[in-house]
Design a protein. Sequence first.
Length: 573
Amino acid sequence: MTDRARRKILKLSPVPILFMAVLSIAMYSCHSDKGSSATKEKAKKADLPPSNGELFQTITKEAGIDFVRTIGDAHLSNLVESDGGGAAFLDYDQDGYLDLYVSNGNYNPILSRNEKEADVKDSENHMYRNLGNGAFEDVTKKTKTGDRGYGMGVTVADFNNDGYPDIYVSNFGPNVLYENKGDGTFKDVTKKAGVAGNECSVGAVWLDYDKDGHLDLYVGNYIDFDPKYNYYYAPDGFPGPMAYDGQADVLYHNNGDGTFTDVTKEMNVYNTDGRAMGVGAADYDIDGWVDIFVSNDHMVNYLYHNNQGKGFEDRGISSGVAFNQVGEATISMSVAFADYNNDGLMDLFVSDNAYCSLHKNEGNGVFSEMSYKAGIAVACGQFVGWASSFQDFDNDGDLDLFKVNGELKHLYGQEDQYFENEGNGTFKDVSTDVSSYFKEEHVGRGACFGDYDNDGDIDVFIVNLEEPSILLRNNEDGKNNWISFLLIGDQGDNRDGIGARITLHAGGKKQYAQKMSSGGYLSTNDPRIHFGLGQETVVDTLEIVWPTGKKQVLKNLKANQILTIKESEAGNP
């Protein structure tokens, strides 16, 4: 851990006693390693390259990550293989540093036409433990998380409210729920929980749709793949999604006892025509109930409005988010909810194979498609977009956009993109201006975003198909100030505080955020809420509305620190 990071983390701020947040300093101190002395020695010798002066710098090998997402086949031969996989930043051992979990492909007798099982080696999901010095170690075997199914999405949340994050892996075939035992290991509890399914599951999201304090699970399913169907336009390489029947998504209600109940039909989200890719959840109309968005492949997207936990109503078409700017149903991929224009409303970005969609929330249940007006559409038009995320990468107080690209039906690389928020509702593609990384071509798919080295800026991990994954370190390096919050909901369960709404006031400017589980495409971001503050050194007021309805207000928070805030310390002004 660097001296600079330690100073930032331990730099506590005065707040009124009535609204005092619990600042878990010990959580962000050096972790007492449960591993061997060799592990500790490895942590001491980590040697990362100095900043190259660019905003993003590739440090994958130096950080100890050696991961290649396999398709489990000699050749890319179908849509499922093309969908790729995701990753998650999570602090599984609660030592204050973000660990990394990545899903992998595998040999599958239904999918793999040109490969034998014996030829696919080391094709399991991987867990990398953050050593606290900017480097990782592979702890897949130690943690017992090396699922060998055909992995797709990774969704993380504390489903049993025991204080440790659990992992749900979406697979082609039975899915897997790993319960975190709190001792550095996980246990497969899928059978007991009843959340395996046996579909082609892709994106998934945790949410407490009925506000009973227990996190429920929405799983997006894709296509009923038929390996015998081979009618397609030859240059495409294989049939498209509309050549197969869709599969209904599944909503699982958390019973609070380690088991779940399928309430898909009961909650009115059963649709056999769906072809889900990305799934996200946010309270888009600020009525206190979390809604669900599903990006579908080659067909209309769904926006399920939550009717106070009693059921859902699809308002995708009436709200304006079912199609892109010209009324087309595109190959929609990622789901990125965020307030990019700081007006207090959750906007929505959907990446696709065309001009993408930036849906501006108008506050009356309707969205306006702004991708062209915002300066995004033309730049996106030449790429196939997959993962995407709104983050304040330069800590200037507004959300920028990172977009991962890659050819759809061939293992051809494309450049990723970085759009800087201009602060006036528009974005500028400054990719090659900020980093030489954006001159490289990769077959990108999923990505997770978070401050893995606790230095106050957002880093990126990208999963590529049949080539090494990439860890990009953010070198913003203190030019602007920042603050991050880890929310602990300990009053109505839901310890992750998923669904909480946050308003930050600093220097006459307001910023807004919501606590969500999944992010972008098949992935899960840093569980902490991060704000860039520009040149402001103090947060004047922080307001949190918890899922229970409790309101918490904190004042005069110093910048450049990570704060843990417990709901139990909330006052009611």
